[in-house]
Design a protein around this ligand. Structure first.
Ligand SMILES: [Zn+2]
Length: 287
């Protein structure tokens, strides 16, 4: 008995269907660019180490699944930036996204940035270069420990940053290239309030803001003092109008809720309101 050959028309239809299916699969393929930093590269094949490379995926993949499909265990990771913004592991990979993946303690203080952890791992400390005095005062206003001296030289800044695990803030990229500086961020903005917004957004500091607890001049934590202890140091109008006072244990400066403070409160509330919106795209990964 002769075997019946499938008719040519049916065969052609089958091929067309396969081609359609292949085309649909290719068309549905999305691409993201990944770059892994420091020792995370050990998990990658040599051609992908230390360089940005394209990862193809289908829709609906979380960044955690994508990272692990590339061979890097998520337990090694402390920070994921997608298009310059920190994201958590459940973030769904977007077509065209640029994803930077960092291990613990690489390059910047990843604790405040990282949303892969439920809460900051430790207190955020800063040291700022001599040109960033106003930014230091603003950071202190938000309650951050911000060391600054106008005459600190590069060597001292690098040493303090390294020894005290302080994030070094500077506009000088060269300073951040020093070998001992492992926690650093180059500030892009030039105007102090905008620098503050940049740093708060970029390092995702919203959860760590505790305003009006530090001396803006010395960086020390303020102490509450009874009115009678400071009454003789106050201008008469302040003595008449205010009841709550705090004092810096170092410089003895007395703080109260005046117009200056109300201006700052506006700045803080503006910042916090901005925190509810997506962070600005700075187009750059940390150095
Ligand atoms: Zn003080």
């Amino acid at each position: 008995m002769r075997r019946r050959r499938p008719c040519a028309r049916a065969t052609n239809a089958g091929r067309a269907r396969d081609a359609c299916r292949r085309y649909a699969l290719t068309a549905a393929m999305k691409r993201a660019v990944f770059r892994f930093y420091a020792e995370l590269n050990d998990f990658l094949p040599p051609a992908r180490r230390g360089v940005a490379f394209v990862h193809e995926f289908h829709g609906g993949q979380s960044v955690k699944d994508a990272i692990e499909s590339l061979g890097v265990p998520h337990t090694e990771i402390d920070l994921v930036l997608a298009d310059g913004e920190s994201v958590d592991f459940s973030w769904i990979l977007r077509d065209g996204a640029r994803v930077s993946v960092y291990p613990v303690f690489e390059s910047i203080d990843v604790a405040p940035l990282s949303r892969v952890r439920p809460a900051p791992l430790r207190e955020v400390l800063f040291v700022l270069d001599g040109h960033l005095g106003r930014l230091a005062r603003y950071l202190r206003m938000l309650g951050f420990d911000a060391r600054w001296r106008s005459d600190a030289d590069d060597e001292e800044l690098a040493r303090v940053s390294s020894a005290e695990h302080r994030i070094l803030l500077t506009r000088d990229a060269g300073l951040l290239k020093r070998r001992i500086v492992t926690h650093g961020y180059r500030v892009r903005e030039t105007d102090a309030p905008r620098q503050l917004a940049e740093v708060v957004h970029r390092l995702d500091l919203f959860r760590s803001i505790l305003p009006f607890r530090r001396c803006l001049r010395c960086n020390d934590l303020l102490e509450t003092v009874p009115k009678e202890d400071v009454a003789c140091e106050l201008p008469p109008r302040v003595r008449e109008r205010h009841e709550a006072f705090r004092r810096c244990p170092s410089c003895r400066r007395v703080y109260w809720s005046g117009t200056h403070r109300r201006r700052m409160e506006r700045l803080v509330s503006d910042l916090l309101a901005e925190g509810a919106r997506p962070a600005p795209d700075l187009n750059t990964a940390p150095r």
